[in-house]
Design a protein around this ligand. Structure first.
Ligand code: F6R
Length: 599
């Protein structure tokens, strides 16, 4: 049970509405489930006997069907109590299946879709658990990962996956199953990634993978390139704070090895220069913070390649019949590689024959698997629910795609591409410089903890930064926050300005386009004149903003297109500090989960 609880602790970021464990003991299945954080379950189990065995499973839940209460927590059992099931995803035809089972007299004890799977597996079981799981999976619709035990097969755990993550960990005399390798990283770094519609049965000494029809299926072995320390807080109070600190390394690792002999090399990209030359339009699809990284990238990709770039929320993309064809490049950005909306956007794009390139932080996740090509961000595991280091890494990856397109299409000379890449390579040290000076931002965060709302303004690449700053504050501090394009202010939002309202302004460089800088200075003076408390993020040495900045946060001088990499960092710190000052857990904001595997 300790192994299961330790694994759950590392996966709690994926859902924390409730938690449960099941252990196959000498006396059948021992199960305990509790609503709320994992700590509630641990308190319930403390000092309890009877949870000893060599096979077990656990689950942390992010509720979809049924409120987060004890009886809806996983594992779910069949009526005999011999079968236990944990499940991620949604069984879309569960209602019909439930009616069928109820007609046979099965009494349900929860409101979940998962419980149907437990009853169906029990009904199909005739001594062969993998066969029973396969039979049931063939009837299930939707996206799911199921993990199943049966008290009569105490040495085996069976799992199945369709469009939802599942990896196998290969230990010595022990095997693991998890949604994410971090659950078993302290035991092994050897792992196997499962394909779509596959069932795996693990025993102490091995694993066997089959398709849903029972046919032997290939399984891809990989070695995890980070270790336990990457999945631990390393002396920080929160993972998020550690991950903010890790941003220089995340950037450096993402860029490493991608510029060889004077050319951008995207080796995992699997797209020939000829393919890139044929591209006549780029769509970027993503959600949340990943979407903001796409908004940043649009400026650079259009500037470098002269290709039109549309950035679209993945959840909207396929509902509006976008114009896609063979010459469209769709860049799908996802830290987890599991986000259901982005995955569906990828499927839609490929259905329309567009070429899809995934930018992803998770090896072998579903989105890269279903894409034509992948460029991995090497930010390491991100456990804090709010994306930080992966945002910066996504911007860097997007920029490399832009440069690769420019290089292949000849819209930039090789020496220009080299110069842009060298600038990117300077960014880890620029971000380190920002991190050394965020003490003032922390102090400011504590002062702002009682504010009712905060507005964020930016222009050009500063606009997505403003959106990202507002998102971080909303999700972590539960505070009303909005990001605006500064030029839009006078078209409505300026009515929100009232005395002492904090307004964060992301200034462009005074050395960049002078018009842009001057316009934003006018915007700050307009809001200051109306009593707002102005917090200005500006390039060091930018003296023109001084008269208008109630608070000044300086960032190093970097090329205009790279400014988001430095100006986002203080906003992450600000949001985290405000949230901490308000007493919130920044790693696990309410109602959220790290991987959103439902649409
Ligand atoms: C916000 C945040 C989310 C994610 C979004 C997409 O801090 O983390 O907005 O960016 O849910 O997730 P991925 O990148 O995994 O597709």
């Amino acid at each position: 049970m300790t192994v299961v609880l330790d694994g759950l602790r590392r996966l709690e970021y994926r859902g924390y509405d409730s938690a449960g464990v099941a252990v196959i003991t000498g006396n059948g299945l021992a199960v305990e489930r509790k609503a709320g954080r994992l700590a509630n379950l641990e308190a319930e189990l403390a000092g309890r006997d009877g949870f000893v065995g060599t096979a077990g499973m656990g689950h942390t839940r992010w509720a979809t069907h049924g409120a987060p209460i004890d009886r809806n927590s996983h594992p779910h059992r069949d009526v005999t109590g011999k079968v236990a099931v944990v499940h991620n995803g949604i069984i879309e035809n569960f209602h019909a299946l439930r009616l069928e089972l109820e007609a046979e007299g099965v009494e349900f004890t929860s409101d979940t879709d998962t419980e149907t799977a437990a009853h169906l597996i029990a009904r199909s079981y005739a001594g062969d658990l993998p066969a029973a799981v396969r039979e049931v999976c063939r009837r299930l619709e939707g996206a799911f990962t199921l993990v199943v035990t049966h008290a009569d097969q105490p040495d085996m755990v069976v799992a199945a996956r369709r469009s939802s993550p599942l990896v196998v960990g290969i230990g010595e005399g022990e095997m693991f199953l998890a949604s994410d390798v971090s659950a078993f990283i302290e035991h092994t770094r050897e792992a196997v990634e499962l394909g779509q519609d596959q069932v795996v049965a693990i025993t102490r000494d091995g694993y066997d993978v089959t398709g849903f029809a029972g046919e032997p299926a290939p399984a891809k072995h990989f070695r995890v390139n980070w270790d336990l320390s990457a999945a631990e807080k390393g002396g920080h109070d929160y993972f998020m704070l550690k991950e903010i600190e890790e941003q220089p390394e995340a950037l450096a690792n993402t860029l490493r090895g991608h510029f060889v002999d004077g050319r951008i090399v995207l080796d995992e990209q699997r797209m020939a220069d000829q393919d890139l030359r044929e591209v006549d339009k780029v769509f970027v699809v993503a959600c949340g913070t990943a979407y903001h990284s796409g908004l940043v990238a649009k400026y650079a990709i259009e500037h470098w390649t002269r290709l039109p770039v549309e950035v679209e929320l993945a959840s909207e993309f396929r509902y509006r019949d976008p114009v896609l064809d063979r010459d469209t490049l769709v860049v799908a950005i996802s830290q987890s590689g599991e986000t259901a909306d982005t995955l569906e956007a990828v499927r839609h794009a490929r259905g329309q024959k567009a070429r899809v390139l995934a930018i992803c932080n998770t090896n072998g996740a579903q989105i890269p698997r279903e894409s034509d090509a992948v460029l991995y961000t090497h930010a390491g595991p991100e456990v804090g629910v709010a994306a930080t280091k992966t945002f910066l890494a996504q911007i860097a990856a997007n920029y490399m795609v832009g440069l690769a397109l420019a290089q292949a299409r000849g819209t930039k000379y090789n020496d220009e591409v080299a110069r842009e890449f060298r600038e990117l390579e300077r960014m880890p040290s620029a971000v380190s410089q920002v991190l050394r000076t965020v003490g003032r931002v922390r102090a400011l965060g504590r002062q702002l903890a009682d504010s009712k709302a905060v507005l964020f303004l930016g222009r050009h690449v500063g606009y997505p930064v403003a959106l990202e700053g507002a998102l971080k504050l909303k999700e972590l501090a539960y505070m009303h926050a909005e990001g605006f394009a500064a030029g839009e202010l006078k078209h409505g939002p300026i009515a929100l300005i009232e005395p002492d309202l904090p307004v964060v302004v992301v200034m462009p460089s005074p050395k960049g386009r002078a018009v842009l800088h001057a316009k934003l200075v006018s915007n700050i003076s307009e809001i200051q004149a109306r009593g707002a408390r102005t917090i200005v993020i500006a390039e060091e040495g930018d003296e023109t903003v001084l008269p208008f900045a109630d608070e000044l946060i300086e960032v190093p001088q970097v090329p205009t297109l790279l400014q988001p990499l430095v100006s986002t960092v203080p906003l992450q710190v600000l949001a985290a500090e405000i949230a901490c000052a308000r007493g919130y857990d920044v790693d696990k904001p309410r109602n959220l989960a790290k991987s959103v595997t439902v649409e």
